[in-house]
Design a protein around this ligand. Structure first.
Ligand code: NAD
Ligand code: IPM
Ligand code: MN
Length: 355
C-alpha cells in the first residue's frame, strides 16, 4: 500500500483536543482508500519549554525533515511569551522548510450561517494566498534604544524579488485553475512608501504573463471593509505575510467561524515537508473543555491528503464536512450547536469511513 510518513505535533491548548480528531478522520480515510499513514508523535509544546527551556530539541527540525508532511495543532500558551513559543516551533518550520505559501481557503459552507445577512455559499468562496517566510515577519534588523524618554524600537520588513515573485506566481497559477480566474492583491502603497510600491510593481509585472486573469488591488484597510461588505468580489487574494494573516482570520469570521478554517504551509518544490494546521490558535479560553470545533483541523488534514496525492480521500473528507454541516449533524458552540469536539470528530470519521 502507499505509505506516507506524518509527523504529528499537537502543541498546546485545543491543539491537543483537535489533533486526535484530525487523526481519527485521516485514519478512516486511509482505511477506506487503501493507504497507510505512518505517524510519529512529538509532544513539543509550551510544557516542553517549561521543562527544558526549549520548545523543541536542538535537532527538532531535522527530526521532522524525515517526514512527508507535518500535522500541527496549535502553539502558544499563557506563561510563555508568544514570541518565544511561536518563534521556537511554528515559525522555524515555516522558514526552515521554506514553506513560502500559506494557503487559506475561506468558504461559507452550506448549513452554516454567515454573520453577514443573506449571504449564500456561492457568494463566499475565496482563497487567501499568504506569503509565509518574509515581509513583515522578517527577523532582520531589529534595534532597540532604551533608557531615555525617547527610547525606540525598530524592525525591518524584507521583501525580496524572489519572495514576491514566487508567491504571486503561485497565486496566478491557482487563479488559472479556478472558474472565475480572478486575483486580488492586498497592498498599502499609499502609506507604506517603500515595500508596498515594490510589491505592486512585482504584481503588475507578473500580471503580464497571465492575460486571462482579471486582476485588481486594494489597500488593506478598505480590503478588510470589502471582505465584509462584498465577499462575493473575491476569488484568489494574494497578500504579504502580515496582511495575509489578518485577512485569513477576517475571511473565516465572515464565513461563519474561525473554528472551521484550515491552512496549508506549502513548500511547492517539495524539497522539504509541508505543514498543515488550522488557522486558529490554542484558544486558552475554551481549552480542556472538549468544546473546540475540530473541523479546522480535520479540513487541514484534507489539504494534507491533497498534497500527498490522495485526491479521492481528500475530497471524501471535505464532502463529509459539507454533508455534516448541511444535514444538521452535530456542531460545536461556535456554530451555534452544543456538541463536543469528540462527537463531531467521530461523526465525520463515520461518514468518511462509510463512503
Ligand atoms: P485563537 O485562535 O486561539 O482564539 C481566538 C478565539 O477563537 C477564542 O475565543 C477561541 O476560543 C476561538 N476559537 C479558536 N479556535 C476555535 C475552535 N477550533 N473552536 C471554537 N472556537 C475557537 O487566538 P488567540 O486567542 O489570539 O491566541 C491564543 C494563543 O494561540 C496565543 O498564544 C497565540 O499566539 C496562539 N496562536 C497560535 C496559532 C498557531 O499555532 N498557528 C495561531 C493563532 C494564535
Ligand atoms: C497564524 C498565527 C501565527 C502567524 C502566529 C501565532 C505567529 O496567527 O498562523 O495565522 O501570525 O502566522
Ligand atoms: Mn493568524
Amino acid at each position: 500500500a502507499r505509505k506516507h510518513r506524518i509527523a504529528v505535533v499537537p502543541g498546546d491548548g485545543i491543539g491537543k483536543e483537535t489533533t486526535p480528531e484530525g487523526l481519527r478522520v485521516l485514519d478512516a480515510a486511509a482505511r477506506r482508500f487503501g493507504f497507510e499513514l505512518e505517524l510519529t508523535h512529538y509532544d513539543w509544546s509550551c510544557e516542553t519549554y517549561a521543562k527544558t527551556g526549549k520548545m523543541m530539541p536542538d535537532d527538532g527540525l531535522d527530526q521532522l525533515r524525515q517526514s512527508d508532511a507535518v500535522f500541527l495543532g496549535a502553539v502558544g500558551w499563557p506563561g510563555v511569551p508568544d514570541n518565544v513559543s511561536l518563534w521556537g516551533l511554528l515559525i522555524p518550520m515555516r522558514r526552515d522548510f521554506d514553506q513560502y505559501i500559506s494557503l487559506r481557503p475561506c468558504r461559507l459552507m452550506p448549513g452554516v450561517r454567515s454573520p453577514l445577512a443573506n449571504r449564500t455559499p456561492a457568494e463566499i468562496d475565496f482563497v487567501v494566498v499568504r506569503e509565509n517566510t518574509e515581509g513583515e515577519y522578517s527577523s532582520s534588523g531589529g534595534r532597540m534604544f532604551r533608557g531615555t524618554e525617547r527610547e525606540f524600537v525598530t524592525q525591518e520588513s524584507v521583501f525580496t524579488r524572489t519572495g514576491c515573485d514566487r508567491v504571486m506566481k503561485y497565486a496566478f497559477e491557482l487563479a488559472m485553475k479556478r472558474p472565475r480566474k480572478k486575483l486580488t492583491s492586498a497592498t498599502k502603497s499609499n502609506g507604506i512608501t517603500f515595500t508596498m510600491p515594490y510589491w505592486d510593481e512585482r504584481f503588475a509585472e507578473m500580471a503580464k504573463a497571465y492575460p486571462e486573469i482579471s486582476t485588481d488591488q486594494f489597500h488593506i484597510d478598505i480590503l478588510c471593509a470589502h471582505f465584509v461588505q462584498h465577499p462575493d468580489w473575491f476569488d484568489v487574494v494574494v497578500a504579504s505575510n502580515l496582511f495575509g494573516d489578518i485577512l485569513s482570520d477576517l475571511g473565516p469570521a465572515v464565513a461563519g467561524s474561525i473554528g472551521i478554517a484550515p491552512s496549508a504551509n506549502i513548500n511547492p518544490e517539495r524539497k522539504h515537508p509541508s505543514m498543515f494546521e488550522p488557522v486558529h490558535g490554542s484558544a486558552p479560553d475554551i481549552a480542556g473543555k472538549g468544546v473546540a470545533n475540530p473541523i479546522a483541523q480535520i479540513w487541514s488534514g484534507a489539504l494534507m491528503l491533497e498534497h500527498l496525492g490522495e485526491h479521492e480521500a481528500a475530497a471524501a473528507v471535505t464532502d463529509a464536512i459539507e454533508s455534516l454541516l448541511s444535514e444538521g449533524g452535530p456542531r460545536t458552540r461556535d456554530l451555534g450547536g452544543n456538541a463536543g469536539t469528540l462527537e463531531v470528530g467521530k461523526a465525520l470519521a463515520e461518514v468518511v469511513g462509510r463512503g
